[in-house]
Design a protein around this ligand. Structure first.
Ligand code: ATP
Length: 277
């Protein structure tokens, strides 16, 4: 069965790998914008069912690395890359694999909440089904909307106004709606690029709670500038650095607790303790 004729049942957990958290492995990933090399042979394992935080100063290549993890980098004109990205051992860049397949399995939540503002909350959640060619009955969609809004921590707040437009929600609610929309196609990995940087502290706390609730159900990779947030939400951390115009590399990675309390590299210690960046 091809993507184009997938049914909602096929996308449900237990029927296929859909929704089963996967390990993501970057192997010697390098990236360029034109002649400008911005990442140099970055390797990192992001374990299934865990939260991995990517930290480091501005411009060291964290967002570029994240975009490479779900094949968004190649959409940028003049962008190129080398290396491999393995999703449970299968290279998402293999010639035979479609870009839409990688995107469906590896979802993305952006810095600025980007719901479809005029579309209802209900339709926002199920929007990805059509785009991915997933068929669902009306009751299947109803169940999916409730499930995904619940998992994203938004159901109780919006269950009585599912026909209101996405743009009518607060920024924090919009971000949780975007998380629900990502979850609806049952990704195996969820990438989050500074998902709280446009939000107030209360909304930030709600997103962090949502991340905690989702961890274990989906592999999460999050870029954050907020060291307290990295310490609160992640199991593992990778510290990126691009020194004096050189391409970004990972200086150190490992369990978050060790990265914050017993880092091996003095540059990691300086960064996590706020001495630069
Ligand atoms: N679309 C683009 N075209 C050209 N260069 C780019 C593009 N996007 C990023 N870059 C360059 O790639 C390098 C890495 O940028 P990237 O956004 O990945 O870093 P970052 O660590 O995520 O930064 P920040 O924390 O500020 O978001 C920077 O030198 C940046 O200027």
């Amino acid at each position: 069965m091809t993507d184009a004729t997938t049914t909602f049942a096929d996308a449900a957990p237990g029927r296929s790998t859909a929704g089963t958290p996967a390990t993501l492995e970057a192997e010697a990933v390098s990236a360029w914008f034109g002649d400008h090399k911005v990442l140099d042979r970055v390797s990192l394992t992001m374990p299934a069912r865990e939260v991995t935080a990517l930290i480091g100063p501005s411009g060291c290549g964290k967002s570029t690395f994240l975009r490479i993890l779900n094949r968004m980098h190649e959409l940028i004109a003049a962008a190129s890359l080398a290396g491999r990205v393995l999703l449970d051992g299968q290279d998402i860049y293999d010639r035979g694999r479609r870009i839409t397949q990688a995107r469906r399995q590896i979802g993305m939540v952006f810095q600025k909440p980007n719901p479809f503002p005029a579309m209802s909350l209900y339709d926002n959640v199920v929007a990805g089904l059509k785009l991915n060619g997933i068929k669902a009955t009306r009751s299947g969609k109803d169940d999916l909307v409730e499930e995904c809004l619940t998992r994203a921590g938004l159901w109780k707040e919006v269950k009585d106004r599912l026909r209101q437009p996405g743009g009518a929600l607060s920024g924090g609610q919009q971000q949780r709606l975007c998380i629900a929309r990502s979850l609806a196609v049952r990704p195996r990995v969820l990438l989050m690029d500074e998902p709280c940087s446009a939000l107030d502290p209360t909304s930030t706390r709600r997103i962090e709670e949502t991340i905690a609730e989702l961890s274990g159900e989906v592999t999460i990779v999050i870029v954050t500038h907020n060291m307290q947030q990295a310490a609160r939400v992640s199991d593992n951390c990778a510290f990126f650095l691009a020194e004096q115009g050189t391409p970004g590399v990972i200086v150190e990675h490992g369990p978050t607790d060790a990265m914050f309390h017993s880092p091996q590299d003095p540059r990691t210690s300086d960064y996590v303790n706020g001495r630069f960046g």
